[in-house]
Design a binder for this molecule. Structure first.
Ligand code: PRP
Length: 215
């Protein structure tokens, strides 16, 4: 039997994924060692391999077949636009993509003015403003701490992830529009889905049962 390879998103998403996998009898003891700098882990009995990658790289590994399966956020899947199958919502990592800014930005946003939008997700922002709202905006790509942009005057609004809302609150910003709901998703390489159909379908089926039981 060949190895089935999983690309997991480094950090909390990987931890949650492994918790869920344990419930369907898939474990990887080696991976739990937080001090380890190891990047790839093997479960010899089940013929599985796991590696940790940065979120935006997960769809890349899956599209090229370096991983059969990937677990990452819907935000990353939308932003990267890779060719792959999104097969399952894992139900954790729930948050939403929003247009945020100070209350004062609501008016310029509604008046169809040429505003600046700072974001880590330029493709999602473009799709939202150009294709859904038919509004011309200037999109500025940032790499983190996006909430700074409207505070220091780089942009009128931001497109960013809101989970608890505390980052916004502590910085005097508000949700002005909701773009889409987000959560962790399982993605599968298009060839793997055919070649390893039985194993992948069983995994999806087992995980669905866990989700049902949790409800
Ligand atoms: C994310 C996001 C917000 C924050 C939202 O940032 O970009 O800043 O979390 O969470 P909250 O609604 O619970 O406050 P992250 O911590 O991933 O880091 P980043 O700023 O580097 O993107």
């Amino acid at each position: 039997m060949r190895y089935l390879t999983f690309a997991l998103t480094k950090g909390r998403l990987a931890e949650k994924t492994l918790e869920m996998f344990e419930k369907v009898g898939i474990s990887c003891e080696e991976m739990k060692d937080k001090d380890s700098r190891k990047l790839i882990f093997v479960n010899e009995d089940l013929k599985l391999k796991f590696f940790l990658a940065k979120g935006p790289d997960v769809p890349t590994y899956v599209e090229y077949g370096a991983a059969d399966i990937g677990i990452t956020g819907k935000d990353t899947i939308l932003e990267e636009g890779r060719k792959l199958y999104e097969v399952m919502d894992l139900g954790f990592g729930k948050c939403k993509m929003c247009v945020c800014g100070p209350e004062s930005a609501r008016e310029v946003l509604n008046n169809n003015q040429l505003i600046r939008v700072a974001t880590k997700y330029p493709n999602i922002a473009k799709d939202y403003f150009y294709n859904r709202k038919h509004q011309t905006v200037e999109i500025i790509k940032l790499n983190g701490s996006i909430e700074l942009a409207p505070i220091v005057g780089l942009s009128e609004v931001i497109v960013d992830i809101v989970e608890t809302g505390s980052t916004l609150r502590e910085n005097g910003l508000k949700i002005l529009e909701e773009v889409c709901p987000l959560s962790a998703r399982m993605v599968v390489n298009q060839v793997s889905m055919k070649m390893e159909n039985e194993r992948i379908r069983k995994l999806i089926c087992d995980l669905r049962k866990v989700l049902q039981e949790g409800k």
